[in-house]
Every structure is written in structure tokens, then in C-alpha cells.
Design a protein around this ligand. Structure first.
Ligand code: PHE
Length: 442
């Protein structure tokens, strides 16, 4: 046995231990991606067969890249910008790409987070749910501002006192509420149709590259992989926290929550015989109306939007921390200044996104603006950022350092295997997915 190396003292903070680290990282991973995006992706891409492709994507791409990012963060310490700059000065450009994509995702994500809060109110008070009127209203803008303010306040309190302590409370609460909602939903008439839809795989769709591209993209989005969050959170990890086991727990928890969300939502959808493949409209237009007609619907509906809000806010703070850390790496500003400047920039970009969703600007080329932002940055942009990450870590960086950090020990074989997975499998999977998405888009 080797003696324990001394604990690291990172510049910006340190998780209290493995539990705190996992709570914060699961907080980042579990978000709108699980409860709002995953179910509609399942709906659009062939039901149960999509779940098969999704789990494969988590195992092949999401989890390995998560390990590499955490290791790179702990090894090179910094936001993506600083950590990649420490790998090699020119790799900082990759860091800038990643931070830029995450900023753009954060801008529309915060708007949707505001909607969740608004819908908790709408359903709770039993108001008429009219999504178009709501999304275009000043209320939607005001809720976005409140949400952004809340997230900023949490991030400003710091890594442990802010991010970690909030996640430690909200994540278990969310899990309990979601399980309760699934149990409730499974008593409804739509249950058997929902189970059939979710678990009866129509394997034919697995021959379509489009379905795989969607699954790979969703795995990255849902695990927060490629966004710089894991590099940033990895920098606050203690030496004693194991990277491999933690990745397994985070990936498992995130996938489980997405499945339970499917079990909570589809029975309701099928009870009302609604087409299950409507994007944003599903969560914010169809569901609120349905809650109004269900037994205990107001209570369940309010709880649903509150839990969506919890999911969203812990993901928002992770994106703020990641982007803020990169800004501070770049400008050498103190954390507080970097975060405040970031919040002001988000106010401008997100405010515009919120307003452009007014009834008049609702569609662009026939689709809602936010659906398009999500398709552009949440999927395509994130793939580009993931590629930049893989290139910085495995093609520019010293791959053996990363293998060491993951804990392959001194064993040459295990190390070479890790390097092979990173250099060829992960990088290759992202490139193939990118190509497939481009072909699909044109
Ligand atoms: N993983 C989050 C979700 O599922 C979204 C996210 C993406 C968070 C990228 C951080 C970085 O909603």
C-alpha cells in the first residue's frame, strides 16, 4: 500500500467528500434533460428501442467521457479554459468553444426553468393553462429573472456552502417526489399503453442513424458531458474520491431518474390519448391541461413543476459555475466578479430568448424558437464541444496522466486501454454522431 498523498487545496473550493461531490454532480446531470427532454425524445424516436440506444450511448460515450473530464479537471485544475490551457496553451481555444456552447445552452435553459416555476403557480392556483399566452407574457420574463437571480445567489455562496449544500437537499427531495408521481401515474387508465410504449421496443428504428445520433446527443446532454461542467466539478474533487465508481453512480442515477420520469409522464399522456411526441408543448401545454382533469391533479401537477424546477436549478448552477470559472481563468477576475458579469450577460441573451417566444415570434421556420435553440446548441453545439474536449484531453494532452488520474495504477495494460478508449472510441463516436446529425439536418 502506498501512503495517502496530502489533500489538494484547489483555488476555488473543494467538495466536502464523495457524497457531496455526487450530490452536486447528479444535481447537474438530472435536469430538464431527464424530465422534459428524455420522454419526448423517446416519443419521437421509437419508444423502447430508443431506450436501448440510449443506454448503449451512456455506456459507450457518456460514461467514459465523464471519467476523462473529471480526471482532467482534477489533474489540471481549473474551469475548462484554465484546465485546457494547463494541458497546452493552444488547447485553451477548445476550452473557449466549450464555455461558449455552455453559455448558450444556459441562456435558453434558464428561460425554461422560469416556465417550470410559472407552471407550478398556474396549476397550483387552477388557472387556465394557455401556453402561448404565458410564454409571450411579461410574467415569463419576470420568472426568468427570478430564476437567474436565485441561481446566481447560490453560485456566489461558493462550491461547498452554495452548490453542494443546495444539491444535498434538492436531489433526494426530487427523487422522492418523482417516485411518488410515478406510483400515482401507474394507477391511471393509460398505464398499459404507457408501458407498452416505453418498453415494447420497435427494434426497426435501430437501423436508422438518426435514432443513434439522437441517443448519443441525449446521453451527452443528460450527463452534462462535453459542457465543461465535469471538468470544473472535477477540479473540486478530493483525491480520495474514486473517479470510476463515482461515474457509475452518477450515470446510474441519471438514467434511473429519466426512466422514472417516463413512467410518471406517459401514463398521464396515454390516459388522454394524446400523441406522445410533442416537444416543449408536451410539458407546458398538454400536461397542465391534463392535470386539471385528473384526481388530485392540482396537487400532483404542482408537485411536478416544483420538482422540475429543482431539477433545473441545480443544472443551471452547474453551468453557471462552469462558465464563470472559465471566465475567471481567462480574465483572472475573482470568482464573484466573473459570476456577476456572467449573470448580466445571461440576462441579456436569455431575456431576448424569453421575449422572442412571444405569440408573434413563436415560430421560426415553423418551429418554436426555443426548440430550435435546443436542437442547435443542446445537441449539435454540445457535440462540437464534446469533440473539442476529447481532442484537448486525448490528442493534445498527455493521455497517460489522465489514465493515472482515473486510477489505472501503474499497470501498463489498463492504461493503454483507457488511452485507446479516449483517443479512438470516444473521439470516433462523437465524430460519427456529428456527421450523422449533419446529414440528418440537411
Ligand atoms: N444535464 C442537464 C439536464 O439533463 C443539462 C445540462 C447540460 C447541464 C449541460 C449542464 C451542462 O437537464
Amino acid at each position: 500500500m502506498q501512503s495517502e498523498p496530502p489533500e489538494r487545496v484547489p483555488r476555488r473550493g473543494l467538495w466536502s467528500g464523495q457524497v457531496g461531490f455526487i450530490a452536486a454532480t447528479v444535481g447537474s446531470a438530472v435536469g430538464l434533460g431527464n424530465v422534459w427532454r428524455f420522454p419526448y425524445m423517446v416519443g419521437e424516436n421509437g419508444g423502447g428501442a430508443f431506450i436501448v440506444a440510449y443506454v448503449a450511448s451512456v455506456l459507450l460515450l457518456g460514461a467514459p467521457l465523464m471519467m476523462f473530464e473529471l480526471a482532467a479537471g482534477r489533474r489540471y485544475e481549473g474551469g475548462v479554459f484554465g484546465a485546457f490551457r494547463a494541458i497546452a496553451p493552444r488547447a485553451r481555444f477548445a476550452g473557449a468553444v466549450v464555455a461558449g456552447v455552455t453559455f448558450l445552452i444556459l441562456s435558453y435553459y434558464s428561460v425554461i426553468a422560469g416556465w417550470t416555476l410559472g407552471h407550478a403557480g398556474i396549476v397550483g392556483l387552477g388557472l387556465e393553462a394557455d401556453f402561448d399566452a404565458f410564454a409571450g407574457s411579461w410574467a415569463s420574463l419576470a420568472l426568468f429573472v427570478v430564476t437567474l437571480f436565485t441561481a446566481t445567489a447560490i453560485v456566489l455562496r461558493g462550491v461547498t456552502a452554495g452548490i453542494e449544500s443546495v444539491a444535498r437537499i434538492l436531489m433526494p427531495t426530487l427523487a422522492i417526489m418523482l417516485v411518488a408521481m410515478a406510483v400515482y401515474a401507474l394507477t391511471l387508465d393509460g398505464r398499459s399503453d404507457a408501458l407498452k410504449f416505453l418498453f415494447d421496443p420497435r427494434f426497426g428504428v435501430l437501423a436508422e442513424p438518426r435514432v443513434w445520433a439522437a441517443a448519443m446527443g441525449q446521453a451527452m446532454f443528460s450527463l452534462s458531458v462535453g459542457s465543461g461542467v465535469l471538468v470544473t466539478y472535477g477540479a473540486y474533487m478530493r483525491r480520495s474520491t474514486p473517479i470510476r465508481d463515482s461515474t457509475a453512480m452518477i450515470g446510474g442515477a441519471d438514467t434511473a431518474i429519466a426512466m422514472i420520469a417516463g413512467l410518471a409522464i406517459f401514463p398521464i399522456v396515454f390516459t388522454f390519448a394524446v400523441e406522445p411526441s410533442e416537444g416543449i408543448e408536451l410539458a407546458f401545454d398538454a400536461l397542465p391541461r391534463m392535470f386539471g382533469q385528473l384526481p388530485m391533479g392540482r396537487l400532483v401537477g404542482t408537485a411536478f413543476y416544483v420538482l422540475l424546477f429543482f431539477a433545473a436549478i441545480t443544472s443551471m448552477i452547474s453551468m453557471m459555475e462552469a462558465t464563470g470559472a472559465s471566465i475567471s481563468d481567462w480574465t483572472r477576475w475573482p470568482r464573484t466578479k466573473a459570476v456577476i458579469v456572467l449573470a448580466l450577460a445571461l440576462l441579456a441573451v436569455g431575456g431576448w430568448a424569453a421575449l422572442s417566444y412571444s405569440p408573434a415570434g413563436l415560430t421560426l421556420f415553423g418551429e418554436p424558437v426555443l426548440d430550435q435553440l435546443d436542437a442547435a446548441f443542446g445537441t449539435f453545439g454540445l457535440l462540437v464541444a464534446g469533440l473539442a474536449t476529447a481532442v484537448a484531453i486525448f490528442w493534445v494532452g498527455k493521455q497517460h496522466d489522465i489514465a493515472d488520474e482515473i486510477g489505472a495504477g501503474a499497470q501498463g495494460r489498463a492504461k493503454s486501454a483507457i488511452v485507446f478508449v479516449g483517443r479512438y472510441l470516444v473521439t470516433g463516436a462523437i465524430i460519427v454522431t456529428l456527421v450523422a446529425s449533419v446529414i440528418d439536418a440537411v
